[in-house]
Design a protein. Structure first.
Ligand SMILES: Nc1nc2c(c(=O)[nH]1)N[C@H]1C(S)=C(S)[C@@H](COP(=O)(O)OP(=O)(O)OC[C@H]3O[C@@H](n4cnc5c(=O)[nH]c(N)nc54)[C@H](O)[C@@H]3O)O[C@H]1N2
Ligand SMILES: Nc1nc2c(c(=O)[nH]1)N[C@H]1C(S)=C(S)[C@@H](COP(=O)(O)OP(=O)(O)OC[C@H]3O[C@@H](n4cnc5c(=O)[nH]c(N)nc54)[C@H](O)[C@@H]3O)O[C@H]1N2
Ligand code: SF4
Ligand SMILES: [Mo]
Length: 699
């Protein structure tokens, strides 16, 4: 039996795993107590990782369908990639650079994300490349950049052991970042003076563990944060020294808070759907100086005012001076295992590697230099983000798309529109380790990817910790690591700069393009990463990484200061009305991962939550004659969706909750994204997946 180290491929906690391998079989996985960041802990999804190799429906060979009515036939890699290259060149020649786009994933490792970025934005000179991070981290990344001058969480997990008050907003950590939440619980039991405040329309497992749960109405976070900040200001708790020395924009923020008179306060409380008493109980926890650590995720990000939600929370931290010191800071929880690494190498349509931006002329010229491209080759405008990318396919403008490591037919809002988009596309390429998925069914070309454990790859977790995963076993058939598929594609398209002998060589190039940047990976040589994970920035090959950012209170904005950005309350894109009187919000359960292509095939996990359900408050159940465990249909403005009713007092009256795990391969009527909306945040372009108006019908 051999032991090898890997990183869990599910959530952004980024747990390190030791795998016991016998021959080519992964026998068991466990966590070593000396390994960071999880110190011996794993959740159930991580603990059953050895079972993902037994899953059925693996895609093991390249497959091609030359016409849509025919079946996929097995072909060689050469045939598949020459077919793809020829088609892409001819479509671009005929219809221009908008004819081809790429849609990737925060589950690709950094090596693959980088090479696809280099292929699209560098070699092909198009920024029409986006990823599922647009549905996930875009609002958080945009807000960090607006406030501090750069993306990147300033905090680290060790802050948990230093914090006094935990403020968890729009995140169900007990379910979605379980190992981190265990650490938070441990801190609370060893130090009972610490406080946990949870803001969520549902009494989640996370909220159950809290000192105070505020069951605010969906979409009301800015309203709540304005009220909270106003009361804290009135208590005289603003940190005047910090504000004067290290920030700009406080007077506008203060004016906004002071403009909230008694009538406006009443209105904002009504928006939140909470009593003044509940607000007072929240304010109480801020009366004395305390180290404040805030965790937040999709409850804030997936909104038409997702950036405002983030900024409103950052404003609170700046006002209290709660950043850059141990135990404090606004900590954006990363969803996917490598949504951080992908951003570091510029995989969203407005980014370039090294936290550079497409719109910045100096950044473009630096990348042209590093990539050996002619001056002016990189397109100066951000490409289409996820929603418009698929919209342009539906409108017939984009003719070809390459989809890697994501299942947009099940995970994008308005699933039916995504299907239409793929039907209208002349060429759909899907790179996945499974087939069928809701998306691969629409593909002309299927490219088999090696999955976790079958390849070497590097990922960055929520706390900027960069971790290398080892190869544990061989991939099935002809499946290849994603980075290698990107490299072969670059070669097939006729570009230089795409031959690499191994993943380590790709990593060395990534180190060089992040050198001197905020997310500096230069010091992380391959041998160092083989020995263990390191946090960025790490400039020096012999120096350590950095646990916390902004400890000197200098921010990467040109004036070195952090910015207050005043955020008035704005209502969501849609709201309950006569025909659609209930508000649906969506999310996750503990045992399933997204569209279930892995967790749905592991019996031990699947049986914990085997079918789609809809949480509904007893009063609403009575009003609409819904019985517990009965199948009900939700009718929204864009479609319908069915699930089993769960009548529970754990959800606000007027609000429903349904997880998005069960796409239409499970059942043609269970995709909750047939109901969700494509309305997006004006700054981050992240869609409002957390709110749709619906009515209930019996089935
Ligand atoms: N088990 C499991 N773990 C996962 C994943 C998974 O699929 N399964 N996915 C990973 C990924 S990619 C991500 S992005 C993260 C997501 O992690 P989370 O963001 O924690 O997950 P969600 O369940 O989508 O949403 C969190 C909470 O937001 C609440 N919410 C809804 N609307 C609002 C609102 O307007 N305001 C507030 N304050 N709260 C609101 C919901 O009730 C829900 O409890 O999880 C990661 N971890
Ligand atoms: N209603 C609603 N919708 C949502 C959300 C929500 O909260 N509510 N959350 C959004 C968020 S935050 C996210 S992150 C997305 C996630 O949505 P998706 O990314 O679409 O979901 P996954 O099921 O993780 O899809 C990953 C795909 O990659 C494949 N895969 C796994 N490993 C590999 C690999 O190593 N290489 C390759 N090439 N393929 C691999 C899997 O088989 C699977 O088909 O969903 C979004 N959609
Ligand atoms: S907490 Fe996240 S990273 Fe850790 S084992 Fe569970 S799913 Fe994997
Ligand atoms: Mo996500």
């Amino acid at each position: 039996m051999k032991e090898s180290k890997a990183v869990c491929p599910y959530c952004g906690v980024g747990c390190r795993i030791t795998a016991r391998v016998e021959g080519d079989a992964v026998r068991e996985v466990f966590a070593d107590k000396n390994d960071l960041p999880n110190r011996g802990l794993l959740c159930q999804k991580g603990a059953f990782l050895h079972k993902i190799f037994h899953g059925k429906e693996r895609l093991a060979h390249p497959m091609l369908r030359r016409n849509r009515d025919g079946a996929h036939e097995r072909v060689s890699w050469d045939t598949a990639l020459s077919f793809v290259a020829e088609k892409i060149h001819s479509l671009r020649k005929e219809f221009g650079p908008d004819a081809f786009g790429f849609y990737g994933s925060g589950q690709l490792d950094t090596e693959a994300s980088y090479l696809f970025t280099k292929l699209m934005k560098g070699a092909l000179g198009t920024n029409h490349m986006d990823t599922n991070s647009r549905l996930c981290m875009a609002s958080a990344a945009t807000a960090y950049a607006k406030a501090f001058g750069s993306d990147g969480p300033p905090t680290c997990y060790d802050d948990i052991e230093e914090a006094d008050v935990f403020f968890v907003m729009g995140a169900n950590m007990a379910v979605n970042h379980p190992v981190l939440f265990q650490r938070l619980r441990a801190r609370r039991s060893s130090n009972p003076a610490t406080r946990l405040i949870v803001l969520d329309p549902r009494l989640t497992k996370t909220a159950e563990a809290a000192d105070l749960h505020v069951p605010l109405a969906p979409g009301s976070d800015v309203a709540f944060l304005l009220l909270l900040s106003k009361k804290i200001l009135e208590l005289g708790r603003a940190n005047a020294d910090f504000i004067a020395s290290h920030t700009t924009g406080f007077s506008e923020f203060k004016n906004l808070l002071e403009s909230i008179d008694a009538a406006a306060e009443k209105k904002l409380l009504a928006v939140c759907g909470i009593t003044p008493g509940l607000l007072a109980r929240a304010v109480f926890h801020f009366e004395k100086p305390a180290k404040l650590l805030s965790f937040y995720c999709q409850g804030l990000n997936q909104s038409t005012h997702g950036v405002d939600n983030n900024l409103a929370l950052i404003n609170l931290h700046l006002m209290l001076g709660q950043i850059g010191r141990p135990g404090s800071g606004p900590f954006s929880l990363t969803g996917q295992p490598n949504a951080m690494g992908g951003r570091e190498v510029g995989y969203l349509s407005h980014q370039l590697p090294g936290y550079r931006f497409v719109e910045n002329a100096a950044h473009r010229s630096e990348m042209e230099n590093l990539w050996g491209l002619p001056v002016g080759h990189i397109h100066p405008k951000p490409g289409m983000s996820a929603v418009p990318l698929f919209e342009s396919m539906r409108e017939g403008r984009m003719k070809a798309v390459w989809i890697a490591c994501t299942n947009p037919v099940a995970s994008m809002p308005e699933g039916e529109k995504i299907k239409d988009a793929l039907r209208r596309c002349e060429l759909v390429i899907a790179q996945d380790c499974h087939h069928p998925t809701e998306t691969t069914l629409f593909a002309d070309v299927l490219l088999p990817a090696a999955q976790w454990g079958e390849k070497i790859g590097t990922m960055t977790n929520s706390e900027r910790l960069v971790s290398r995963s080892q190869k544990l076993c061989e991939p099935p058939g002809e499946a290849l690591p994603d980075w290698q598929i990107a490299a072969l594609a670059g070669q097939a398209l006729g570009f230089s700069g795409f031959s690499f002998k191994d993943a380590g060589e790709v990593w060395d190039e990534i180190r060089s393009v992040t050198r001197g940047r905020p997310c500096d990976l230069h010091g992380m040589t391959n041998p160092r990463l083989e020995a263990g994970p390191i946090q960025w920035p790490c400039a020096d090959e012999n120096g350590p990484g950095k646990a916390r950012l902004y400890t000197d209170f200098r921010f990467p904005n040109p004036d070195g200061r952090a910015r207050f950005i005043a955020t008035p309350y704005r209502p969501p894109a849609e709201w309950a009305e006569t025909d659609h009187p209930l508000l649906l919000t969506t999310g996750r359960v503990y045992s399933q991962w997204h569209t279930r292509s892995r967790t749905g095939k592991i019996a031990e996990l699947d049986r914990l939550d085997p079918e789609p359900f809809i949480e509904i408050h007893p009063s609403d159940a009575e009003r609409y004659q819904v019985e517990d465990k009965a199948w009900i249909r939700l009718v929204g403005k864009r479609g319908t969706c069915a699930g089993k009713a769960r009548v529970t007092e754990n959800i606000r009256e007027g609000v429903l909750f349904m997880p998005f795990h069960w796409g239409d391969l499970f059942h043609p009527e269970t995709n909750v994204n047939d109901l969700t909306s494509s309305a997006t945040d004006p700054f981050s372009r992240q869609p409002e997946l957390k709110l749709a108006a619906v009515r209930v019908e019996a089935m």
